[in-house]
Design a protein around this ligand. Structure first.
Ligand SMILES: Cc1ncc(COP(=O)(O)O)c(C=O)c1O
Length: 398
């Protein structure tokens, strides 16, 4: 309102006029070292007004002092891992604990040593035992992708014994969960999902109350150039006012569809948080709009289901206005080593559904016809998804 406009302004400038060189140099110095703003704008890789506006809005929603936005969720996670080297130059390979399951791309990034961190995979019950004085970060996703298991953030923070905890809260959004209020140090979102909300944006954002760390995050963004485009920031900003409505409506529809899926003979099991989950009402304010389910016909039934849906879109990603259906073992988590995938509960017959804003009746009708086709197409011998190619480029992950 103070700008005298109703919709947020959108500035596409990549560079800005610098009439006063002394002021320009001082501003560049500040921004290049992680300042959030400076009197003179310099270059949009250093600071961008529309992106800053989105960061301010998300920080408020997460109850954080700072938020730093990136070109994608993966760029945001990479930046967090890179800041460990900035904050601890004495560490050759910063020690990180990570909990599975986690989004397949994040799993791949952590598992392949690309960021120079020494990553140890742990189960939630082993965190307290595996934590070391030199552990620099603990990474977990709750709700977890794709099993939808919930982790007790306060318990994890207690077990971390002072080590920083990063929660990927993409599935929850700040509408359902605010991890910093439960003691987490960082909260990460793939803004590509619910924050963008319409399947037309790629972005990532991390929020925290740690001033030094926020400066390091901006510093890493300046030098790596993993910036969020202003148009993407604007689309995210535009989508935030409808976020609570979208999340609540999709959650209501998902809850109704769970009952429907539980009655289908082609469905062996539905994974959806229970109505009496101990964290419901305290950590999570709703059960969310993602559902995973196991098909009795295994992989062949999954292939048939993905082909047979007409209203649901067979596609990766989630949190859009429309319903997306996908096969984690073959797509989002394909890059995870098979034994780890299976141990994490990601089976060949598992389907993940991201419920959108269509009517419950239309979705149930579509799923019923597709499940009927899937039920008839499953042979007795189940195939597995195609074997992994070690050289799979990470751009194939979503
Ligand atoms: C939970 C979660 N975190 C992070 C990411 C990565 O985000 P992006 O695709 O925006 O890089 C994804 C992508 O699917 C995700 O599901």
């Amino acid at each position: 309102m103070e700008l005298g406009v109703h919709a947020a302004p959108l500035d596409f400038s990549s560079t800005y006029p610098i009439p006063d060189l002394d002021e320009g140099t001082a501003s560049l110095h500040a921004l290049a070292h992680g300042a959030a703003d400076a009197p003179q704008k310099i270059y949009s890789r250093l600071q961008q007004p529309t992106v800053s506006r989105f960061e301010g809005a998300l920080a408020k929603l997460e109850g954080a002092e700072h938020a730093v936005a990136y070109a994608s969720g993966m760029a945001a996670l990479t930046a967090v891992l890179m800041t460990l080297r900035v904050r601890h130059p004495e560490d050759d390979r910063p020690h990180v604990l990570a909990l599975r399951p986690i989004y397949g791309g994040s799993d791949h990034l952590l598992d392949h040593g690309l960021t120079g961190c020494q990553v140890e995979w742990v189960k939630p019950e082993d965190v307290a035992r595996k934590i070391r004085p030199e552990t620099r970060l603990i990474i977990a996703e709750t709700p977890a992708n794709p099993t939808l298991k919930w982790l007790d953030i306060e318990q994890l923070v207690a077990d971390a014994n002072g080590a920083p905890v990063l929660i990927d809260s993409t599935f929850a959004t700040p509408v359902l969960q605010t991890p910093l209020a439960h003691g987490a140090t960082f909260v990460l979102h793939s803004a590509t999902k619910f924050l963008g909300g319409h399947g037309d944006v790629l972005g990532g954002i991390v929020a925290s109350n740690d001033d030094e760390w926020a400066a390091a995050m901006r510093h890493v963004r300046v030098v790596t150039g993993a910036c969020l485009h202003p148009m993407a920031a604007w689309l995210c900003l535009r989508s935030l006012p409808t976020l609570p409505l979208r999340v609540r409506r999709a959650t209501e529809t998902a809850t109704a569809l769970v009952d429907f899926l539980n009655r289908q003979p082609a469905v062996a099991r539905v994974d959806y948080p229970r109505a009496d989950h101990p964290l419901l009402g305290s950590q999570m304010l709703g059960r969310g709009s993602l559902i995973s389910f196991e098909l009795t016909g295994g992989y062949e039934a999954a292939v048939a289901l993905m082909k047979a849906v007409k209203l649901c879109t067979p596609a990766v990603s989630l949190g859009s206005t429309d319903t997306l259906i996908q096969h984690p073992a073959g797509l989002t988590h394909h890059v995870v080593p098979e034994d780890q995938r299976i141990e994490a509960g990601i089976t060949a017959g598992m389907i993940r559904l991201s419920v959108g804003l269509e009517s419950e009746e239309d979705l149930a009708r579509d799923l019923a016809q597709a499940l009927a086709i899937a039920a008839t197409s499953a042979p007795a011998e189940n195939r597995e998804p195609a074997a992994q190619d070690a050289a799979t480029p990470s751009s194939e992950m979503a």
